[in-house]
Structure formats: C-alpha cells, structure tokens
Design a protein. Structure first.
Lengths: 106, 673
C-alpha cells in the first residue's frame, strides 16, 4: 500500500486507479467479515434460543401433566358413586319421590 | 583475448536454480494438497458413515416421545378414561455397589419380589426397569434412599376416574398402553396416536437443545371417543343390577338401557364387575361383558313379538280368545305347562299372565316360517356391530318339530343377547321401527377431524305403528294387578313390559336344568316410550321369576331415568307433605328384653302397619305369591311346585313388607312366564 502511495506521490498512479484496484478487495474482505459475524451471531442466538425453547418445552410439558392430573382429580371427585355418598351422608339428602318432582314446561 | 563476456557470471544460473526451487516447492505443495485431498476423500467418503455415527452419538440423542392416548367420554363429555403421565423407575445396574442389598431395599418399598429384581439387575447391564407407573409416594421413598444409578422416566398411564362404572364397555389397557378389552381394544388404532422418535441436540452437559423447534404435541395425540352412555343412568343401572343380583343371590346379571327413538345405548351394565384401575384379582368372569357377548334362551319376553306378528298379519285380533287348557297341554310325547293355570283368555290376558300354552297356540297359527322370519325381522340372529369385542349373534333354529314350534313361541329353544332383546322391544316402543343400537357416537382426532360419527339409523319397519301401539298398550297389563310384574309398576309413569323366566339348558344332560334366567324387559312411559330397560338375572336362587327378581331393578332404573331425562309424568301423583318430625328427646336405654316386649306390643297395636300372615300351604307357587303380595308381604320362593311350608307361620302378626319364605315341592317342568 505504502509503495502504491509513494508511487502516487511521485505522480505515477492516479487515485482513481488505486481505488479501483483496492476497494473491491477491501469491500470483499469486509463483506466476508460481516457475513462471518452475522453467521456466528445467528448460530449463538439459535443455540441460546434452543436452550430457551427447551426450557419452555419442559415447562409446557409439566403444565400439561399438571392439567391432566387436575382434570383426572376433578373427574374422580365428580364420580356419581362419590357424589351420592356425599349427598346422603354429609348433606343428608334423599332421592325425591315421583310426587316431589315437578316438571316445568315452557 | 579472452572473451570476458563469456567469463562473466551467468545471470541465468540463479534464475534457473530459483525455478528449480519454485518447482520443488510447488511440487511439495501439490503433493501435500493431494495428500490432504486423499485424506479428505477417505474421511468424507469411505469413513463417512462411521464418523457420522460417532459424531451423532456425541451430540445427538434419540428421544422417543410417547403419544398421549385419546380420552373416552360419556355423552355429556364426562371423562370415563384418561391418560396422565406418571413416573417409572429404572436403574443402571453397573453403578451398584451391592445389587442384592439394593434389591432388598427396593423390594421393601415398592412391593416387587426381591428375586425378580435381582434377576432384572443381572440381565440388564446398563438398564433395567425397577417398577413402572409408580405413585408419587413411591418415587419419593426411592429418592430418599439416595442410591446411585437411579432414573425416573415419565410414562403415560391410563386412569378410569369413574372406577367400575361402565368398565365392561370401556375395557382396559395393559402396562404398555395397548388396549386389552372393551372399546380400548376395539378402538386401539384411533385411541393410541403416533409415538414420535426425534433426534435432539445435547450439549456437553447432556442438556437438551431444541434448535430445530418443537413438534406440536397435538400431532401425537390419539383420537377422543365419545359414547352414547349417560353416566348417571349407567350408575343407576349398575347400582340397581348389583342389588338385584345380590338380593337374588344370583350368579350374574345384565342390564341394557336404550333410547328406542334413536337406538342409542344409554347404559350397559354387568354384574359382577371389576375396577379397571386395579384389575389384579379379577377373574375372566368379572371381565365378561355378558350383555353383549352372551346369548341364552330368553323365555317369555319373546311372547310379545309372537303376538305382534300375529296381530300384524291379522291372524288374531285383540279380542281373539284362546283356551289355555287349565295349565297343561300335550304336544306329541311332550307336555307344556303354565305356572298359573288359566281357562279361556284373550290376547291381553295371555300376555298378562304369560301363558305358555296360549302363546304356543298363537305360534301354531303363525307357522314355522313366519315365526322364524318374525324373530329375524325383530333383529335376532344378527349382529349390530356395536363396536365391542365378541358381540353375540344368537341362534334361531328352524323349528322342525311341533314341540320346537311351541317352545320357540315362548322364547325357549332359541338364543338371544340382552342387547338384541332390548333393541327388539325398542322396535315396539318406536312405533314398529327397528333402530340400529349404537354405543359410539363419534371419534374425533386431535385436530378436530371427525373419524367416525354414528347417527340414528332405521333398520326396517317390523310391524305397523298401530300393531306396535296395541302390543305396548297390552303389555301395560303385565305390571298391573294380576300381571306377572306388579313390582315394575310406577306411580307417576305408565309402564309396559314383559317378564321372562327361562329354564337354562344343561349341556351335559342335554336337556333343561333346574337353573333359570329371570328377566324383565320394559319401556317407560308407555304412551311415548323414552327408554327401554332390559334386565336379565342369571341363576337367581331366592326367587326365580322375572317379575320378582328383575322387575324391581327395572323400576329402580326407570325412577332415576324419567326425571333425569325430564320426561313429564303420565299421571299426577298427589303430593304428600312430609312434615319434619319434631325432635324427640333421646329415650332412656332399655334392656333388650324390655325393648322386645314393647316391640311386640307395638305390633299388636299398630293395625295399619302390620298384617297377619295368611295360610299359603298347599297352594301353587303363583297363587301363593299373588296372595302374599295382596297382603303386602314379600314372598321368597325356595324350590318349585306347591307350598309345603312357610316362615313365619300362618296367623303371625308381621310388619307390612316383611319377607315370607315359602318352601315349595313337586316339579313343574316348564316355568317360563
């Protein structure tokens, strides 16, 4: 580079020629550097998001399991045999006779 | 003069040497590059698979993501079968210091045989199951041991939150989540879903890194199956059936509740039953879905279909009369008996007292071909394809002999399942149109795509609307006074039905045994039936008659079903105000002797609440039962024939509703009624 500038100072090579010779190479190098940086950054981000996704997936699975367990518990608590036992023993309820059932018509 | 020019050092020499050196270096570079290229070819092409495998082993782990088995719901969306992930315990036996000691500790906590555990540890070098699908408490106990080499894997486990409810319909799954029986087996492909295998990136610490995104869990989920079963009616049916079987000390029982207008099976109950959450200890007898898989001789319930066909074909009218031969009629070498001897009866009377002799006479009017064809029209000897394994077809053999024609007219000498009987009565209830019974209303996959949907399907018109209505109206007499099933009568609703007491065939002696099938198939309300309820009790021991054994179960189910289905009552029942009794002070504690004497005094004084036991000795069973019921006593029959002894003795003052045991002797061979 210094040789080229020296030559230019001596009035040998015009600036346009220098720019024409060096700039494409410089741009190409810069572009490659940028692509490299972007690629590495994206890979780092992908891995980091992979960890995050993995954490969220585990959390989601755990919540789904909890939800399933709760649904099961609810269904168990609503089993007719249990409801009848609770209604009869704890609440003192009895099955109404035919005469005690009123049908409401529209 | 020497040519100095020639002695001057040559300018070409270094250039040449330089060229040689450059060539050498160039060659060396080329050689190195070729070497690198050759190595690259070797690594990338020849050793590619091996190296790729090594790399995969280091950073990829194959994950098996088990599919979530689809749920099973009742008609109102209540889950009957659900899957929940639970822990399974595994070990790496190579990390054990003392396998025997570990097995001993685990055996104490988990209740697994110590020898079996030790065997598993020896068989599996790096992996062995300790116990699968354990409880949270068991997991915590194992963790508290703080032993090396333990792992806990999540596995889906099937739970049945309603326990025994509809267990025969739903079936059950094994440890590996494969259906073993019931709908779990029939709909295995739809329910099981797709187990996914996926490679997941792992970092140096073994942590999962999901760089390729997450698969939608719905894509692996099995389809949901919705049934026509109503869990409230199912509960009522099971409760009533178990009570009936228990009271009658019977071997088994079956109950089918059907909507005659659509063919939907609202309840399908069997006794004995099992808990699919803990099937250990249950025998094949408990697992059998008799209501669908068993075909047996149904007995007198079939008389309704014979009468319906004869009316339809105008071979008889409502007013036709038949001579019931005073309870005894000879056909060739054989003699047919009626439990309750009758003289001349009209068609309604024949159904009401369930005369075998008159039913046989109507059968004779129909003829062989028409009788068999009639039963086939009503859906017997054909499978409905309910979706349950082992559905029975039943047999209607062609009655070549005269006696076969006679017996088939009152439901002996042919076989049918409880489901078929319920569906056939459904045809009468549905104004003569036979609907296809169905149990699964729809199967929907996780994406909401409907894989199967069953809708009410008309199979055929069996009899005209007029005939069906006439027969249903005639069958109302069965539950009225003088009929065979007054215990099925309801205060608020008109009930129509038919009893059956069939003798069971003895496959060894090739005749009929002294064992019976007691049944009652009815519909309610009779003016516009909303449910058909079929009750079958196998080998009852206390009483044998359908009107005594099966009819109470019918009534119990119907009393739950009518308000539950919001069916308006057929007649108005006066409301009896029950005033809350004032709380009495606690009576002083009396000695048992004093209490007994006071109780006797109360019985003598309480004219309205007590009755004198009538003398029933010497009477035929049916007359004795009728007389006992008339004075509000509950008869229990032991044996068959005429009453030879009774407990309590005649003249004893007992409470209304008390049970009176009648010992019978003398054989009455055919007791279908």
């Amino acid at each position: 580079m210094s040789v080229v500038i020296e030559a230019r100072n001596r009035g040998g090579i015009p600036l346009s020629v220098i720019l024409g010779e060096i700039l494409p190479a410089a741009l190409a190098v810069s572009l490659l550097a940028c692509v490299g940086i972007v690629h590495v950054t994206s890979r780092v981000l992908v891995v980091s998001q992979g960890y995050e996704l993995s954490r969220l997936d585990a959390q989601s699975t755990e919540l789904t399991r909890d939800n399933d367990r709760l649904k099961l518990e609810l269904a168990t608590l609503k089993a007719p045999a249990r409801l009848e036992a609770v209604a009869r023993t704890r609440l003192g309820m009895v099955t109404p006779s035919s005469a005690q059932v009123f049908h409401v018509t529209k | 003069m020497r040519d100095l020019k020639n002695h001057q050092p040559s300018v070409d020499a270094p250039t040449k040497w330089m060229r040689v050196r450059v060539s050498l270096i160039g060659f060396a570079f080329v050689a190195v590059l070729c070497g690198i290229f050759a190595r690259a070819v070797n690594l990338q092409i020849h050793q590619r698979d091996r190296l790729q495998g090594m790399a995969r082993d280091q950073y990829l782990r194959d994950l098996e993501i088990p599919a979530r088995r689809g749920d099973i719901f009742d008609r109102r969306g209540t889950p009957l079968a659900q899957s929940v992930d639970v822990d399974s315990i595994w070990v790496d036996p190579s990390l054990f210091e003392n396998a025997r000691d570990t097995a001993k500790k685990l055996s104490a906590i988990l209740g697994v045989d110590q020898k079996e555990l030790l065997e598993r540890f020896t068989r599996g070098r790096r992996f062995a199951w300790v116990k699968r699908q354990v409880t949270q408490t068991e997991v915590e106990k194992v963790k508290a041991l703080n032993l090396p080499g333990f792992g806990f894997a999540k596995e889906p486990r099937r739970f049945y939150p309603q326990r025994e409810l509809a267990a025969h319909v739903i079936g059950l799954v094994g440890t590996d989540a494969h259906g073993l029986d019931g709908l779990e087996l029939s709909f295995e492909d739809e329910l099981s879903g797709d187990t996914a295998r996926r490679a997941s990136v792992r970092d140096a610490r073994g942590r999962k890194v999901l760089t390729n995104g997450v698969e939608d869990p719905l894509s692996r989920q099995g389809a949901a199956v919705t049934l026509t079963i109503d869990r409230h009616l199912q509960y009522a049916a099971e409760k009533a059936l178990l009570k009936a079987v228990d009271d009658a000390r019977a071997v088994a029982g079956m109950a089918v509740v059907l909507d005659p207008r659509t063919g939907e099976v609202l309840a399908l109950a069997n006794a004995p039953r099992f808990n699919p959450n803990a099937p250990q200890g249950a025998t094949a007898d408990h697992f059998r879905n008799r209501a669908v898989t068993d075909a047996f001789e149904p007995g007198s319930t079939f008389k309704a279909f014979v009468v319906a066909r004869a009316l339809e074909d105008k071979l008889i009218t409502e007013k036709s009369t038949f001579d019931c031969e005073k309870g005894r009629m000879a056909i060739g070498k054989h003699v047919i008996h009626d439990t309750h001897p009758s003289g001349v009866l009209d068609v309604r009377g024949i159904l009401q007292v369930s005369s075998n002799i008159c039913a046989a006479k109507i059968g004779q009017k129909l003829g062989r071909e028409r009788l068999v064809e009639n039963y086939q029209q009503f859906g017997f000897a054909e499978r409905y394809g309910l979706g349950l394994p082992g559905e029975a077809k039943g047999v209607i053999p062609f009655p070549r002999a005269e006696i076969s024609l006679a017996t088939q007219s009152f439901g002996q000498g042919l076989t049918a399942s409880p489901l078929q009987a319920a569906a056939a009565f459904g045809a009468l209830a549905n104004r003569g149109v036979l609907m296809k019974p169905y149990l699964v209303s729809k199967v929907v996959d996780a994406d909401g795509l409907t894989l199967l949907e069953n809708k009410p399907t008309e199979l055929r018109r069996v009899v005209s609307e007029k005939t069906a209505r006439t027969v249903v109206e005639m069958l109302e007499s069965v539950v009225e006074k003088g009929g065979t099933a007054p215990r099925a009568r309801m205060d608020a609703y008109r009930v129509s039905g038919k009893t059956g007491t069939a003798q069971k065939a003895d496959p060894v002696a090739r005749g009929y045994s002294d064992k019976h099938f007691a049944s009652f198939v009815g519909m309610v309300p009779a003016e516009d039936p909303r449910v058909v309820i079929a009750i079958f009790i196998d080998e009852p021991k206390t009483d044998i008659y359908g009107g005594l054994v099966a009819a109470p179960a019918f009534k119990e189910i119907a009393e739950v079903a009518m308000p539950h289905l919001a069916v308006p009552p057929s007649r108005v029942v006066p409301v009896v105000e029950v005033a809350a009794a004032p709380k009495k002070p606690e009576p002083p504690v009396k000695s048992p002797v004093v209490a007994a004497i006071e109780r006797l005094d109360e019985l003598h004084e309480a004219d309205e609440g007590s009755v004198r036991v009538p003398d029933l000795k010497g009477q035929p069973a049916r007359a004795a039962v009728t007389q006992a019921l008339t004075v509000a006593l509950e008869p229990r029959l032991v044996g068959s024939g005429r009453v030879v002894a009774q407990t309590p003795a005649a003249g004893t003052l007992v409470e209304k509703g008390a049970r009176i045991t009648l010992e019978l002797a003398g054989n009455l061979p055919s007791v279908t009624r």
